[in-house]
Design a protein around this ligand. Structure first.
Ligand code: EAX
Length: 332
C-alpha cells in the first residue's frame, strides 16, 4: 500500500513536470515543510527581496527540508486577511505592516504613535530589545508566532491637488489611513477626513478621485507607482512603520526544534539586510519620483506636525500604558 502511494506521488510528480509552467521540472523533490508565505508589496519592494533572501537561507540551513513559497502583490489578499490566514493555518508566514495588527494584539499599536521614534536607530533599539520582543510574544495568545521586525519605513504624506507644508494644509482632505485607530485619530486631529481602508482599494480610489491623499513610506509609494495618481509628496516622517515577520503558530508547532531555531534566528539576521534595502531605496527613489513628475516637499514643518498630533500621543499613552510609552521614549 505504502509503495503504491509512493509511486502514485512519483507519477503525479512526473506528470506535473511535463506541464509547462508548473516549475517542477528542475526540482521534483518535495520539501518536508512547504510553507505558504504572503505579503502586500510587489517583487521589487524590500518585503519581497528580504523574503527571497530568507527563503534561500532557510532552505540552505535546513538542507532543503523547508521550502517557502512566496506570494507577493496581495496574491492571497490584504494584510488583515493574511493575518487571519495565519491564525487558521491556511497561510503560514507573512511580513506585514502594523496597520491591522492592533485588531489582533491591541498593544502592538503603541508603535503607531506619531513621532514616537526619533530615528531608525531608536526604533531598532526598542524593537530588537526587550520591549519589541514582549510585543511579539503577545501574538502567541492569538495563534501567531512573532519572529522579528523588518521594516516598512518612515511614513510620508502624498496628495493630489495641493502640497502639504503645514498641518493646516491637511484640513478637509480625504486621506486613506490604515485600519488602525491611532492613525485615524492622528489625522482627524489635523481636520482631515481620515478614512480607514485596506491597501488593495487605495490606488483605484486615488485614481477615481474618491481620495485626495494617502500616507506611506517611499518604497511603497515608488513600487506601487503612486506618482501616477498623486502629485505631491511631503516628507513628514510622522510615524515609523515596522514590518513584523509572523508565522502561524500551527506551523511553528509542527516544526522540530532545530528548524524552529533556524526560522527564528534567520528572520532576525535578515532584518539588517532588509532594513538596509529600505534605506537604499528611500535614497534613490526620491530623485526618481521627482523625475517622474512628483513635487517633493523635503522640509515640511515637522515640529508643527508633531505639536498638532501631540494630543493623540497623550490620549493613547493612557491606553497603552504611560510606563511603556515612557520606556520607549527613554530608550537611548
Ligand atoms: O505593508 O497598508 C499600508 O499602507 C501598508 O503600509 C502597505 O500595505 C505595506
Amino acid at each position: 500500500m505504502k509503495r503504491f502511494a509512493v509511486s502514485l506521488v512519483g507519477l503525479l510528480g512526473c506528470a506535473l513536470a511535463l506541464i509547462p509552467g508548473m516549475g517542477l521540472t528542475a526540482d521534483i523533490r518535495v520539501a518536508e515543510f512547504d510553507l505558504v508565505e504572503a505579503h502586500t508589496p510587489p517583487p521589487d519592494h524590500p518585503y519581497t527581496l528580504g523574503m527571497v533572501r530568507y527563503a534561500d537561507l532557510v532552505k540552505q540551513r535546513t538542507n532543503g527540508r523547508v521550502a517557502i513559497q512566496i506570494h507577493h502583490s496581495r496574491q492571497l489578499g490584504d494584510e488583515r486577511q493574511v493575518v487571519e490566514g495565519l491564525q487558521l493555518g491556511t497561510i503560514h508566514l507573512t511580513v506585514t505592516s502594523t496597520g491591522p495588527l492592533g485588531g489582533f494584539v491591541p498593544e502592538m499599536n503603541v508603535v503607531d504613535l506619531p513621532f514616537l521614534f526619533r530615528d531608525a536607530d531608536h526604533a531598532y533599539k526598542v524593537l530588537d530589545g526587550e520591549i519589541g520582543r514582549s510585543l511579539l510574544n503577545k501574538f502567541d495568545a492569538v495563534g501567531i508566532k512573532g519572529l522579528a521586525y523588518w521594516e516598512n519605513g518612515f511614513r510620508h504624506i502624498t496628495t493630489a491637488k495641493r502640497p502639504v507644508q503645514q498641518p493646516g494644509d491637511m484640513k478637509g482632505l480625504k486621506i486613506r489611513v490604515m485600519e488602525n485607530k491611532v492613525h485615524q485619530a492622528a489625522f482627524r486631529r489635523l481636520g482631515s477626513d481620515a478614512t480607514p481602508m485596506a491597501w488593495g482599494e487605495v490606488f483605484t480610489s486615488l485614481q477615481q478621485g474618491l481620495l485626495d491623499a494617502q500616507e506611506n513610506p517611499i518604497p511603497i509609494i515608488y513600487t506601487f507607482k503612486l506618482n501616477e495618481v498623486q502629485r505631491y509628496m511631503s516628507l513628514t516622517g510622522h510615524v515609523y512603520s515596522p514590518a513584523p515577520v509572523l508565522l502561524s503558530k500551527k506551523t511553528w508547532e509542527r516544526l522540530p526544534p532545530d528548524i524552529q531555531q533556524v526560522m527564528f534566528d534567520t528572520a532576525m539576521e535578515v532584518a539588517s539586510y532588509q532594513r538596509g534595502l529600505i534605506r537604499e531605496q528611500e535614497q534613490k527613489q526620491i530623485g526618481e519620483l521627482r523625475a517622474k513628475g512628483m513635487t517633493v516637499i523635503e522640509n515640511p514643518d515637522r515640529a508643527a506636525f508633531r505639536e498638532a498630533m501631540k494630543p493623540v500621543f497623550e490620549q493613547f499613552q493612557g491606553h497603552f500604558g504611560k510606563d511603556l510609552v515612557q520606556r520607549i521614549v527613554n530608550t537611548k
